[in-house]
Design a protein around this ligand. Structure first.
Ligand code: ATP
Length: 270
């Protein structure tokens, strides 16, 4: 499916940080994420998602315990992106419930879900190609120079390219620029869709090591990933979706050590 790009988000207010900041200012609510592990549990129950006649998820249950990492695997079209889009409010489910801590979020608009500390890093690279690296960072980090500096600390390669137009950078560099706001934003839950798509292994290593650091610092995450091994290495729990249903749910380590099981879960059969 086609999800809104960062540009759409900022222009259209889907979960644009700039617009969110404005709305929060107007409402007097602080955009800072309060540290609280009690509210970090994500519970998805009986989630049904459709696009017109096309049903993408048929009553799916998923849980993300506080501070844990959940890998969501499955073949093309299994419903992985639809699950993330429903959680972040980009596509409203037709049935079921999603709770983040004590808050029911499945009827909230996306920007009000982001406000709770959930950040969705969608598939594809959401950068402004005609702006420089510095301009991209200032825009997505709302001019917060401390966060810009933190992003440059984390991704040294971006510092070397501050004046370069984002659209002329390599795919890996663009992906670093795209994930930087999620990394330094202080979120409680990250939803990461196909981070490694089309990237060289060395860049994928670097991005996964950033996720590992965030996870070690207590950020919960749901990772949709084509390279099952990468995701399972990082994850505590794993789900395999098949044709919009949960075919497997269990410890990531169990799937990691059992490629035959993983294969069966992807393809069907017992
Ligand atoms: P992939 O790994 O190929 O990205 P996925 O597991 O993320 O696949 P989804 O993108 O969630 O799967 O798609 C699940 C189902 O919903 C598919 O059958 C897909 O064709 C359908 N679908 C997704 N987005 C739309 C849309 N905007 N309109 C119609 N059908 C859609």
């Amino acid at each position: 499916m086609t999800l809104p790009t960062l540009r759409d988000a900022v222009a259209g207010g889907i979960r644009g940080p700039v617009r969110l900041r404005e709305e929060l200012r107007a409402s007097g609510v602080s955009p800072r994420v309060e540290p609280s592990s009690a509210r970090s549990d994500l519970v998805v129950s009986g989630l049904r998602v459709r696009y017109g006649e096309q049903v993408a998820l048929h009553g799916v249950d998923v849980e993300v315990p506080a501070g844990s990492c959940v890998a969501v695997l499955g073949a093309n079209g299994a419903g992985k992106t639809s699950l993330l889009a429903a959680i972040s409010g980009l596509h409203r489910p037709v049935e079921g419930e999603i709770r983040f801590g004590s808050v029911r979020i499945d009827r909230r608009p996306a920007h009000r879900i982001g406000e709770l500390g959930i950040c969705h890093v969608p598939e594809g690279r959401g950068v402004f190609p005609n702006l420089s690296v510095a301009e991209n960072l200032r825009l997505t980090l709302e001019g917060d120079e401390e966060k810009v500096e933190a992003a440059l600390e984390r991704f040294g390669r971006l510092r070397e390219r501050l004046r370069q137009r984002a659209g002329t950078m390599s795919g890996g560099e663009q992906q670093m620029l795209a994930v930087a706001p999620a990394v330094v934003g202080g979120y409680r839950l990250l939803l990461v869709d196909e981070l490694s798509l089309g990237l060289a292994p060395v860049v994928v290593d670097e991005l996964f090591s950033v996720l590992a650091d965030l996870r070690a610092a207590g950020t919960a995450m749901v990772i949709v990933e084509q390279f099952a091994d990468r995701a399972l290495e990082l994850a505590d729990h794993a789900y395999v979706l098949r044709k919009g249903t949960v075919a497997y749910r269990g410890a990531a380590a169990e799937l990691q050590g059992n490629p035959d099981l993983l294969h069966r879960m992807y393809l069907g059969g017992s």
